[in-house]
Design a protein around this ligand. Structure first.
Ligand SMILES: [Zn+2]
Length: 358
C-alpha cells in the first residue's frame, strides 16, 4: 500500500494538519503558547500535544517532533501521517501514546535549528551556573561561526577547522563543534544561558500528560546526519547498560550509542534525553533519536553556519537572506518524493516496533 504522506510546507501548515489529524482520530489537543514571541507569519507559536489510550497508563510512548526547529518537517510529517493511518487505534490496551508536536516552534517557524535565544534545546539541560567547558570550541569559535561570510573569509575559516581536523581527527573536530558550548551566544551549538521554554514545557508534558507513567519509550525525530534518506537510531546509553539493552530489544542492532563512539553523532552535553532521565528518576526511560540523513555533512554544516551568521552578524540590509534560508531548509528537509518515501518507511517502522514493545 502506498501511503499518502502529510509532509508540511511550513510550521503553520504543519500545526494545522497535525491538529486536524488528531481531531479526525477523535483525540483532544493541548496547546502551550510560547509567550511574547510571534512566528514568521506574525501569528502565535505553540507546542501541541495529542494523546490516545488510557489516561492513567503506566506504560507510554512519546513521539517528539521539532526539537531542532527546521528538522520538524520530518517529525511532523511522520506524526500526522501516522495519525491519518489510524495510529491511535493501534495503541495497546492499557498503555498510552503522546504526540508532542513542535517542541521548538520558533525554530520550526523561522527555519532555524535553534530556538528564540539562538540556543540548541538539545544542549540546554545543564547547570547554567556552572555549564560544561568546551575549550576546543573556544579555540575554534571565530572559525566555527565567522563574522564575515564573503568567499575569502569563509574559505579562511574553513582552513582553520580543517587544520584542527587534520591534527586531531575529523570526529574530534565534529565533537568540538557540536557537543555544545556555553560561552558564545552568537555561535553555533550554543546551549543557552537558562533553561529554555521548550524544556520547561517538556517537563510540564511529563508532569501532566505522562504523570502516572512508570515505563516510557521516547522517539525524538531528527534530520541532517547521515546518508541521504538513511536512518540511524541513536541512544546516549552506554552499551551494556539497562537502557541500551532495552533499546536493543525494541529496535535490534540498528540502535547505536554515542557514549562509545558507535553513532555518527558525538556524545553531547545537556540533551533532552538527560533531562528526561533526571526528571523521571527511578522510572524506566528508553529514549532514542531517529536521525535521518539529508545532504553531505559539509553542506549541512555550511548552511548552519550561514544561518547563524544571518541571525547574529548580518547587516540589516543584507540582500541575500532568502538564499541562506533556502539553503538551511534544504539541508534539513529535502522536499523530494524519494526522500519522503525513504524517511517515512524508517519512521513508521521505528514507531511500529515501539508500539509492539508497549
Ligand atoms: Zn537534530
Amino acid at each position: 500500500m502506498t501511503s499518502t504522506l502529510f509532509f508540511p510546507d511550513h510550521y503553520r501548515a504543519a500545526r494545522t494538519a497535525f491538529i486536524a489529524a488528531a481531531e479526525a482520530a477523535e483525540l483532544g489537543v493541548t496547546s502551550r503558547l510560547l509567550p511574547g514571541i510571534k512566528g514568521h507569519d506574525g501569528a502565535p507559536l505553540f507546542l501541541d500535544t495529542a494523546w490516545a489510550g488510557r489516561r492513567d497508563a503506566r506504560s507510554a510512548l512519546l513521539l517528539i517532533s521539532g526539537t531542532h526547529g527546521v528538522e520538524g518537517y520530518f517529525g511532523s510529517g511522520i506524526q500526522t501521517t501516522l495519525l491519518r493511518e489510524g495510529l491511535a487505534a493501534r495503541v495497546p490496551a492499557g498503555s498510552k501514546l503522546v504526540l508532542l508536536h513542535a517542541l521548538n516552534p520558533y525554530g520550526f517557524s523561522f527555519d532555524r535549528r535553534v530556538n528564540e535565544d539562538n540556543a540548541d534545546i538539545n544542549r540546554n539541560f545543564v547547570d547554567h551556573t556552572q555549564p560544561p567547558a568546551n575549550q576546543d570550541y573556544d579555540l575554534l569559535a571565530d572559525a566555527a561561526a565567522p563574522r564575515d561570510i564573503s568567499p575569502d573569509a569563509f574559505a579562511a575559516a574553513n582552513r582553520v577547522l580543517a587544520a584542527f581536523g587534520a591534527k586531531h581527527g575529523s570526529f574530534t573536530l565534529q565533537a568540538a563543534l557540536s557537543r555544545g558550548q556555553y560561552r558564545h551566544p552568537d555561535g553555533i551549538y550554543y546551549g543557552g544561558a537558562k533553561l529554555s521554554w521548550s524544556l520547561r514545557m517538556l517537563k510540564d508534558v511529563l508532569d501532566e500528560e505522562l504523570k502516572d507513567v512508570e515505563r516510557l519509550i521516547v522517539i525524538d525525530f531528527h534530520t541532517g546526519l547521515g546518508e541521504y534518506g538513511a536512518a540511524e537510531i541513536i541512544t546516549e546509553a552506554q552499551s551494556g547498560s539497562a537502557a541500551f539493552d532495552r533499546a536493543r530489544r525494541i529496535w535490534g542492532t540498528s540502535v547505536l550509542s554515542t557514549a562509545d563512539g558507535q553513532s555518527l553523532s558525538a556524545h553531547l552535553h545537556g540533551t533532552i534525553d538527560s533531562a528526561m532521565a533526571a526528571w523521571m528518576g527511578t522510572r524506566s526511560l528508553t529514549f532514542v533519536a531517529l536521525e535521518v540523513g539529508t545532504e553531505p555533512v559539509a553542506a549541512v554544516f555550511e548552511a548552519l553556519r550561514k544561518d547563524n551568521w544571518l541571525c547574529c552578524h548580518a547587516p540589516a540590509d543584507y540582500p541575500h537572506g532568502a538564499d541562506i534560508k533556502r539553503q538551511i531548509r534544504d539541508a534539513f528537509y529535502p522536499d523530494r518524493e524519494d526522500w519522503k518515501a525513504m524517511v517515512w518507511a524508517h519512521g513508521q517502522a521505528v514507531v511500529a516496533r515501539a508500539l509492539a514493545a508497549l
